[in-house]
Design a protein around this ligand. Structure first.
Ligand SMILES: O=P(O)(O)OC[C@H]1O[C@H](OP(=O)(O)OP(=O)(O)O)[C@H](O)[C@@H]1O
Ligand SMILES: O=C(O)c1cc(=O)[nH]c(=O)[nH]1
Length: 239
């Protein structure tokens, strides 16, 4: 097969490679039959809760931070976020550690940014309410989440931020599964966020990247890669 000359060969950034390797070595990416939030049956599952040691949290938060910095550089009209918002539950450690990683990479740009997350059940004593961290009113909110499938969680988050008086200025996800929003629709959940809500999006990796790393691993995972490919064909979005 023809090789690209070295100067034009695409290079995978080190943070993305570290993230993908962590997905396999820490069993973040697992195989079986999983029922998703959308009710779909998936042969693979991205479990962000498995990033539970300091080196693993560092790998994912550094990958988010680089992705966010590149996203804002490519979209200079997006205002500097005041808040990194992570939806409960798995978004909670992701938002807090990503804010630290952003501050480590670019302290001058991120020293005044806050984190916020929601509670799934409102609290009726103490400080009360559904939000933890900065209030959202009149703030520019960058939402991060672990994974997007049918887009239900992100739709709920956009509605929550609006209700609190904030503006969602971007959405960055670790894994974009690249799926159609529903059986009868051909567009992707990420596309819906862009078109229906006018929110620009970025991702650390997509399903193609995950299949690529599973294929490259070999060692008996070929069957898993094939099941992932069949699932991709079943749910692949048109955009
Ligand atoms: O795009 P969707 O079809 O909405 O699916 C993706 C959402 O599903 C999971 O949330 P879940 O409520 O299961 O969250 P938790 O494990 O973080 O509590 C995941 O963290 C995403 O937020
Ligand atoms: O769609 C989901 O519910 C979902 C998919 C996935 O890969 N990981 C996850 O935590 N949730």
């Amino acid at each position: 097969m023809a090789q690209l000359p070295p100067s034009t060969a695409p290079t995978i950034p080190a943070y993305k490679t570290a993230f993908l390797q962590a997905c396999l070595s820490a069993n973040v990416l697992t195989f079986g039959t999983y029922t998703l939030k959308s009710g779909r049956q998936s042969p693979y599952f991205f479990n962000a809760g498995a990033f539970h040691t300091a080196p693993l949290l560092s790998a994912i938060s550094t990958a988010y931070a680089h992705t966010i910095i590149a996203f804002l550089a490519e979209n200079p009209d997006i205002p500097q976020p005041d808040v990194i918002f992570g939806p409960a539950y798995k978004g909670i450690p992701l938002a807090t550690t990503t804010l630290l990683a952003l501050h480590t990479l670019a302290p001058d740009s991120w020293s005044r940014t806050s984190y916020t997350f929601n509670r799934k059940e409102a609290k009726n004593h103490g400080e009360t309410g559904s939000l933890v961290g900065s209030p959202l009113a009149n703030k520019n909110i960058l939402v991060i989440d672990d994974v997007i499938t049918a887009g239900t969680a992100m739709r709920e988050t956009i509605e929550l931020v609006k209700k609190e008086g904030g503006r969602v200025v971007g959405f960055v996800v670790a894994v974009d599964r690249g799926e159609r929003i529903s059986e009868g629709e051909s567009q992707s959940a990420m596309g819906l966020i862009r078109r229906e809500f006018g929110v620009r999006t970025a991702r650390i990796v997509g399903l193609d990247d995950l299949i690529g790393v599973v294929r490259a691993e070999g060692g008996g995972l070929e069957g898993e890669a094939e099941r992932m490919e069949r699932y991709r064909e079943r749910w692949r979005a048109s955009d």
